[in-house]
Design a protein around this ligand. Structure first.
Ligand SMILES: NC(=O)c1ccc[n+]([C@@H]2O[C@H](COP(=O)([O-])OP(=O)(O)OC[C@H]3O[C@@H](n4cnc5c(N)ncnc54)[C@H](OP(=O)(O)O)[C@@H]3O)[C@@H](O)[C@H]2O)c1
Length: 283
């Protein structure tokens, strides 16, 4: 396969960092980005990546300027919308600011970054866009209302985008990840679950706190393996050789269980209630 040039958001740790290292190991080029000082990416630069500063919550014009700078160095073949974090708050307790902050990064940050690169992909009539979704975008869980909201929103937005851009030679795929061992659940990164809140929810808040603490560092998924699968799909090699790029793809045993349960539950409703569901059409 010809050498590809990738652009990745959120490369200081976890999946983003793993993407950069695996991409370089496969002989592709990569522009790694992170918010703040690019010296945070010095080890990736030393490994061979180009680096640039990008906070995905920046204004559309600032993100377009960053994309223009990246494209000055050559075309981009693959955009990976990776940057994100967890705002772990209950649906009623989460403040408007909690929701806005979470959507600014995980949803609007993705839209702005994708929109900044789409003119380039349209002009070239090619390009692949990778979205990092979550099992939290398949089924909600207590204590993750803002996060799950963003990942569900991403699923819908991607479905629309995919159909609107397919005729332009642009491919896109949303990977739904289960729990993977990165810094995402580190107490410094998970926001808000310790905040005092409504007494009626105390037991749920405590349960969520214990779950996050117990899961941090013990997630079943290995981020390097997830990234290798994603690279196989984008490059149509390895496990994805000769396969079509799917619209969405679950990664991780826990995510598979979540998806299977949702499919089964959905089919039960469709099958048991079909006569009622169909009963509302005009005669
Ligand atoms: N790990 C999992 O279990 C899991 C499961 C499903 C989906 N995901 C998704 O995978 C993606 C990567 O997460 P991860 O697990 O690798 O976690 P991580 O190790 O915490 O990495 C998150 C990355 O996103 C960056 N980031 C956060 N806000 C940003 C912003 N406004 N602008 C630019 N970069 C920003 C962080 O940069 P800073 O260092 O500056 O904070 C960091 O580089 C996220 O979208 C997450 O929702 C992860």
């Amino acid at each position: 396969m010809t050498q590809l040039r990738w652009f990745i958001t959120g490369c200081t740790s976890g999946l983003g960092e793993a993407f950069v290292r695996s991409i370089l190991a496969r002989g592709d080029k990569v522009v790694a980005s992170a918010r703040g000082d690019v010296s945070r990416l010095s080890s990736l630069k030393d490994a061979g990546a180009e680096v640039i500063s990008l906070d995905v919550t920046s204004s559309p014009s600032d993100i377009q300027a960053a994309a223009a700078k990246v494209l000055k160095g050559g075309p981009i073949d693959v955009l990976v919308n990776n940057a994100g974090y967890i705002e772990a708050a209950l649906a009623e307790e989460a403040s408007y600011d909690n929701y806005m902050s979470q959507f600014e990064t995980n949803f609007f940050g993705v839209i702005k970054t994708t929109q900044a690169f789409l003119p380039h992909f349209r002009e070239r009539k090619s390009g692949t866009i990778v979205f990092i979704g979550s099992s939290g975008g398949i089924a909600g869980e207590p204590g993750a209302a803002p996060y799950c909201g963003t990942k569900f929103a991403l699923e819908g937005w991607h479905d629309c985008l995919k159909q609107e851009t397919a005729h332009l030679g642009i491919k896109s795929v949303l990977f739904e990840l289960g729990f993977f061992r990165t810094k995402i659940m580190h107490p410094e990164n998970v926001r808000t679950f310790r905040a005092p809140g409504i007494a009626d929810y105390e037991h749920i808040r405590n349960m969520v706190g214990q779950f996050v603490e117990g899961m941090n560092g013990h997630q079943p998924g290995d981020p390097k393996k997830a990234v290798e699968v994603i690279l196989d799909f984008v490059r149509a090699e390895g496990v994805a050789e000769g396969k079509m790029l799917p619209d969405r793809f679950p990664i991780g045993t826990d995510c598979l269980a979540t998806l299977r349960k949702k499919c089964a539950d959905t089919l039960v409703v469709c099958n048991e209630w079909e006569h009622v569901i169909r009963s509302t059409d005009w005669e």
